[in-house]
Design a protein around this ligand. Structure first.
Ligand code: ADP
Ligand code: MG
Length: 277
């Protein structure tokens, strides 16, 4: 079994809403995959996250997590396998110190005190925040806050991390630190990463992009195949990647290779052409 998550035909309508937030959606996610979910505001990305995490229950259809179809009896076990990092780190803090905060999830799971201290230390080390243990989370920078939030998630050892626009409030440096960390975790801890983002550059880190529109999957493919949609991407609330806009402009004058080129490939092609001139 390679699918850590298998979603079949789920539909969900919010109480009193006139239309479905999620409309007959099916999606399989492989173990250890890094999947990006994109789509304009209101397309259903956060609702899908809540359904996967069992915070709300689908009207119809099934969700399998790690081989188990989730139901009322096993939802708590399933939730232990999932960690969610939200957009605004300020809304995620519950502790007065960094270490209290990271311990919160473990406390909820009833982990005994001595083990808790060990797990908190290990999680803070993974995000390189061990020197900030006794600090007030509010005194940290945006990137540091998000790393503490990630430590809180990591302490409970989830198999799946869902990032719901978790880098959108960070500056470029904070964003890079967080994404480098996620890259390393996925590699070292064999985690599955689901990243919801509006940042097309960020999707280049993933292996597959799923595009949601009106609660449905409308595109599902390799990043290159999604970038090749070019200006059609704006229909899904996305910017074209910078390298793809630039390639388009340069194609008027230069004979560049077909298809999507990332920044490195574009530079290489330009170098090759200029050395022939
Ligand atoms: N708590 C809610 N009550 C009613 N409707 C909601 C609620 N949350 C979201 N919706 C609606 O459900 C749809 C999907 O929203 P959401 O999943 O938040 O989209 P996204 O995360 O892609 O921006 C939208 O039409 C939104 O207005
Ligand atoms: Mg959302």
């Amino acid at each position: 079994m390679n699918n850590i998550i298998s979603i079949k035909d789920i539909t969900y309508t919010y109480p009193d809403a006139v239309s479905h937030a999620i409309d007959n959606l099916s999606l399989d996610i492989n173990t250890n995959e890094w999947l990006s979910i994109v789509g304009k505001n209101g397309s259903g990305k956060s609702t899908l996250t809540k359904l996967i995490d069992g915070l709300i229950e689908a009207d119809s259809g099934t969700i399998e997590i790690d081989g188990q179809t989730i139901n009322e009896d096993n939802i708590w076990d399933a939730r232990k396998k999932i960690g969610i990092i939200f957009q605004n780190p300020d809304h995620q803090f519950v502790g007065a110190t960094v270490e209290d905060d990271v311990a919160f999830g473990l406390e909820n799971q009833g982990v005994p005190r001595p083990q808790m201290v060990e797990k908190v230390d290990a999680a803070l080390e993974m995000v390189d925040m061990q020197d900030y243990k006794t600090r007030d989370p509010q005194s940290l920078s945006g990137g540091q806050k998000q790393r503490v939030a990630i430590a809180g998630v990591l302490a409970t050892r989830p198999q799946i991390i869902i990032m719901d626009e978790s880098t959108s409030m960070l500056d470029p440096k904070g964003r890079k630190t967080v994404l480098d960390l996620i890259k390393r975790l996925r590699h070292d801890q064999n985690m599955t990463i689901i990243s919801i983002t509006h940042d097309i550059e960020e999707t280049q880190l993933s292996e597959r992009i799923v595009v949601l529109d009106n609660g449905r999957v409308v595109k599902d493919g390799l990043p290159e195949s999604i970038y090749n949609l070019g200006s059609e991407l704006t229909n899904f609330g996305l910017e074209e990647p910078f390298s793809s806009q630039l390639t388009q402009l340069l194609r008027n004058d230069l004979k560049l290779p077909e298809g999507f080129l990332n920044e490195e490939e574009l530079m290489d092609s330009i170098w090759k052409l200029s050395s022939k001139m």
